[in-house]
Design a protein around this ligand. Structure first.
Ligand code: ABU
Length: 572
């Protein structure tokens, strides 16, 4: 029997699973004949005259499948039915899925993050095109070929979870976040209505409320928040909410015939503030870049000066986007001081704490963000300093209604108000996205596993390593810090090779120093030994920027980074 006589057939039409079987889950007990019947049901319409032929073919194929069951199910009927494979994990895919997941665990999760493995196997684009089969074809590939492609995809990808990947503002593979991410991919929800994402809707509410409480918004974290696709978009939400609060009519009329609204941010702020302002029709001219001081913080005197100039031009100061942890230097703006200026000129205060927000988890380091509790809104990305998997980005605001007021359009095909449950839990209309991943789960799961204390310990470990690295750079010949006392876990420094050390610090010296970091970077990528980024900043020549978020790193790793840079630069 395929299933209970009373079970409606449409429930298993595309599957050879035994629904509601009481005799255990042994897939091998599905007979070829019943499996073939199910396959035919899934591939032929009842009126299809070729059904009988299809039945016979499928029956033969499934006999092969069953005889291969002892072989992990890796070769199956689907190899021969590649012109049609239903979007459904039918039983014969179990072996394939398990084999693939095993390989991902072995090669990407463990081998790929082992210190003895390469961070990257580098190839030029033309060479990589030859090495990897990118071509899409009329006919599908066999499962063996697909597994080979999976292995090669891992082989040719950068292992961003490797301890020696210190290149960007994300790294590491948190085991709990990884499992969380896999689960949400398996469940594939879209967090816009309670009816399709009940648990994740409540989980978002819980996590965002706790984050607001940690930020320090009034009344134990009043306000609202959302998970969004990256810090850039979160910063865009800030601009959108600020605009709405300033001119609610802009929701209907846009920016036409209105006074120019001005956004202030520092010259070291993330580029997304300008990008999103352009995207939203403000124009880059209306994003005023405020000078930073010698340690990378926004100069309040310049801010106030530019606000006054803007008023003199009859432009409207709208908001300040302060930064807590700048991308390059890791500087924290004076948030309390910026809040005073915002109050004085009635501007929205946003804090882009995408990078540095993680420090709020630590009693020892949260003082860096002192004043954030006075902000109107905050961007905070757990996928950065807290090392949740990409992407996990939040926008938090102290204003309870503004997101919904500002963005809702009340689409009746999704947010029907006459549903049988409390539709205030259909939270999707306050987002600008429609479909939306449940990024909350990986973060909630790791937070649940580690506790707030565990997240605090993580943050304090990476800060401790950053301080150790800074001390080593200070004392080691040839290494020079860009900032004598970096505030966050990004440490910027130069390496001056022996051949340059005796030179006078003139134009020629700086020109030559400018070329050191790119050459060393090329060497490390081709060798696969580590990945660290470099950049110039204003008049400063190229320097390295180490970024730490992976709490598996130890003091010996810090020494390795310095040794490796020194060794790669020995012939420069
Ligand atoms: N939003 C992050 C900027 C890129 C990086 O430096 O890692």
């Amino acid at each position: 029997m395929l299933a209970s006589e009373n079970f409606p057939t449409h429930h298993f039409k595309e599957s050879i699973f035994k629904p509601y079987s009481t005799s255990g889950d042994d897939l091998a007990s599905v007979t070829p004949l019943t499996a073939a019947a199910a396959l035919v049901a899934s591939t032929s319409s009842p009126a299809d005259s070729s059904s009988a032929v299809a039945f016979e073919t499928a029956s033969k194929m499934l006999t092969t499948t069953n005889s291969n069951n002892n072989n992990n199910n890796t070769t199956s009927a689907k190899d021969d039915l590649s012109s049609f494979v239903a979007s459904h994990p039918a039983a014969e895919f179990e072996g394939f899925i398990r084999a693939c997941v095993d390989e991902i665990i072995k090669l990407a999760v463990f081998q790929g993050t082992n210190r003895s493995s390469k961070v990257v196997e580098w190839h030029e684009p033309a060479e990589l095109r030859q090495l990897f089969d990118f071509q899409l074809r009329e006919k599908g590939e066999s499962q063996d070929k697909l597994r080979e492609l999976l292995r090669e995809t891992i082989r040719f990808s950068v292992k961003t979870g490797h301890p020696y990947f210190i290149n960007q503002l994300y790294s590491g593979v948190d085991p709990y976040a990884l499992v969380g991410q896999w689960l949400t991919d398996a469940l594939n929800p879209s967090v816009y209505t309670y009816e399709v994402a009940p648990l994740f809707t409540l989980m978002e509410e819980q996590v965002l409320a706790e984050m607001r409480r940690i930020v320090g918004f009034p009344n134990g974290g009043q306000g609202d928040g959302i998970f969004c696709p990256g810090g850039s978009i979160a910063n865009g939400y800030a601009i959108s909410c600020a605009r709405y609060r300033h001119s609610p009519e802009s929701k209907k009329n846009g920016l036409f015939n209105a006074k120019p609204l001005i956004i202030f941010t520092s010259e070291d702020a993330h580029y997304s503030v300008e990008k999103l302002a352009m995207f939203m029709g403000f124009g880059s001219e209306h994003v005023r870049k405020i000078a930073t001081n010698e340690v990378g913080k926004m100069r309040l005197s310049d801010l106030e000066e530019q606000v006054k100039q803007c008023l003199e031009n009859d432009w409207q100061p709208l908001m300040v986007s302060a930064t807590a942890g700048t991308t390059v230097l890791g500087a924290f703006d004076d948030l309390a001081g910026i809040s005073d200026v915002c109050k004085k000129y009635n501007m929205w205060m946003h804090v882009d704490a995408a990078w540095g927000g993680g420090a709020l988890m630590s009693k020892k380091y949260r003082h860096l963000l002192s004043g954030i509790e006075r902000a109107d809104s905050v961007t905070w990305n757990p996928h950065k300093l807290l090392a949740a998997s990409q992407q996990c980005s939040t926008f938090l605001t102290r204003h309870q209604q503004v997101l919904a007021q500002c963005h809702s359009t009340n689409a009746t095909y999704l947010f029907q108000k006459d549903k049988f449950y409390d539709t205030s839990f259909d939270t999707g209309d306050k987002h600008i996205q429609c479909g939306r991943r449940a990024d909350v789960f990986k973060f909630w799961f790791m937070w649940k596993a580690k506790g707030t204390q565990g997240l605090e310990a993580h943050v304090e470990k990476v800060f401790r390593m950053a301080e150790f690295f800074t001390a080593k750079v200070r004392e080691r010949p040839g290494f020079e810090l860009v900032l004598e006392s970096p505030e966050c876990t990004n440490i910027s420094f130069w390496y001056v090779p022996p051949g340059l050390r005796e030179m006078e610090r003139n134009r020629e010296f700086y020109d030559r120093l400018h070329k050191v970091a790119p050459k060393v970077k090329e060497g490390m990528i081709k060798k696969g030994s580590m990945m660290i980024t470099y950049q110039p900043l204003r008049q400063l020549p190229n320097f390295f920027r180490l970024v730490l978020q992976n709490s598996c790193l130890e003091e010996s790793d810090m020494v390795y980074f310095l040794d490796e840079i020194e060794s790669l630069a020995q012939n420069l």
